[in-house]
Design a protein around this ligand. Structure first.
Ligand code: LLP
Length: 429
């Protein structure tokens, strides 16, 4: 469910017409719904209420300070992957003691910064990293709290670039090597406190089966680690998938209720119902690291149609957003629903490619998709762009980064100014 819908023929985010925002702030423009972010956060929290748990929002999905502040104010912890993300969390008023630090390549500077800030746990991805963490903590006369990421070798059945839980992925430590590693670490690494175990099998999972498979596989391991090393937490990662295909329709409760039971997409209630019974008697704090689920459907990218170009083979609608603003279609064949800000009055559709201005053939938002016949000068919304949208945007082709707006009811706040050309070249000689 989300806060975007047509009202009187015009697409709204909560109580604000998106066309008003496009006119006032220009395009391309990211717009987020605060109500949707909080609704998702609260529903996930409620779905897990049967177990001692904490939601550690995966900052990488959308790291705008105002988004982080909103979640921090409602009690979220944070899963970070760099010193930069920790810096953002702290600036936004988040508590480092509720931060976990993931990633395969933490640098010395990042480790020192995170130790000094007192994070909850380093989620370590190799024995080499664990030994280095021990060494750096020793130099500082500190004890580093740590969890190792187990790679459970489970197929997440998602796009190969966002699948992480198979042995051929670079992530985590082999399932079979974990117990020995904890034994060695407990004996040899005096500046490490083994605090938990972590896993994350991939992103945009649309079925519950891989989550169940991974949890069932790792439960005996966490029991053993708790008995032998007194671990306190188990992070089961993020990865909960969202609706991209019928994104606009899925905003309403009716849409969900009208889906045939067997085809109903993974809901957070189902996620909780299946996992809570498996987790509740472990005597461990369960951490969740959702990114996309919290913010994905809570954001759109608004863009203006500049030209229509009718080629011999195809019709192209050329818009003012490019792959530098939203790279998901180019990188993961990601589908984003495309809807005009003015509700179409006819059911007629034309088959088009919606493309950006970047000098690359991969710069498209859809190909051969039947869409309402919007015209140059009209604005459209790329739906479900709240996660890994702005966060992955770049200055490619020397294009300024778009502005970001956060809507709360009838109030729209600019939470990041559009870059100027001077911003783009700042720091260069
Ligand atoms: N925890 C860890 C250790 C992760 O690596 C990730 C995502 C998450 C949590 C959050 O996963 P989520 O709940 O958002 O699925 N840019 C790609 C997605 C990359 C995900 C990377 N890791 C995309 O746009 O689809």
């Amino acid at each position: 469910m989300h806060g975007f819908s047509y009202k009187n023929g015009s697409l709204f985010c909560e109580d604000v017409a998106l066309s008003t925002l496009a006119a006032a702030h220009g395009t391309p423009l990211y717009v987020y719904s605060a109500g949707t972010i909080l609704d998702h956060y609260t529903r996930l929290d409620a779905a897990l209420s049967g177990v001692d748990h904490e939601v550690a929002y995966a900052v990488k999905a959308n790291s705008n300070l105002s988004v982080l502040r909103l979640l921090a104010n409602h009690g979220a912890g944070f899963d970070i992957v760099s010193g930069g993300e920790l810096f953002r969390v702290i600036k936004a008023g988040g508590d480092p003691a509720h931060c976990t630090f993931a990633g395969v390549g933490k640098t010395r500077e990042e480790i020192i910064y995170a130790l000094q800030q007192g994070i909850y746990s380093f989620n370590v991805e190799s024995e080499e990293e664990l030994r280095y963490l021990n060494e750096v903590a020793g130099e500082l006369g500190m004890i580093a709290p740590a969890a190792v990421r187990v790679n459970p070798n489970v197929d997440a059945k998602t796009h190969k670039y966002i699948s992480t839980g198979k042995s051929e992925n670079k992530f985590g430590v082999d399932f079979g090597a974990i117990l020995d590693l904890y034994e060695r670490a407990a004996k040899e690494l005096k500046n490490i406190r083994l605090r938990g175990l972590q896993m994350h099998i991939g992103s945009q999972l649309t079925s519950i089966a891989p989550f169940i498979e991974a949890v069932d596989k790792v439960v005996p391991m966490v029991k053993e680690l708790k008995a032998r090393h007194g671990i306190e937490f188990w992070s089961i990662g993020g990865g909960i998938g969202i609706i991209y295909q019928d994104s606009l329709e899925s905003g309403s409760v009716d849409w969900w209720e009208n889906q045939p039971e067997a085809e109903r997409p993974l809901t957070i209630e189902r996620y909780g119902k299946e996992l809570v019974p498996r987790l509740k008697d472990l005597g461990l704090k369960i951490l969740l690291e959702p990114g996309r689920y919290i913010v994905g459907n809570a954001g759109v990218l608004l863009t203006r149609c500049l030209y229509e170009k009718k080629g011999s083979a195809k019709t192209f609608k050329i818009v003012d957003a490019g792959m530098n603003d939203l790279i998901r279609p180019a990188l993961y064949e990601g589908h984003h629903e495309i809807v005009p800000l003015v509700e179409p009055t006819s059911a007629e559709r034309v088959k088009v490619d919606v493309v950006g201005p970047i000098c690359e053939s991969g710069d498209f938002f859809c190909q051969d998709r039947p869409l309402p016949d919007f015209q140059p000068g009209e604005n459209i919304a790329l739906m479900s762009a709240g996660a890994y949208g702005f966060a992955m945007a770049s200055n490619y082709n020397s294009r300024p980064l778009p502005a970001e707006i956060l809507v709360d009811g009838a109030i729209a706040t600019v939470i990041r100014k559009r870059q100027t050309l001077d911003d783009v070249i700042a720091g260069e000689l």
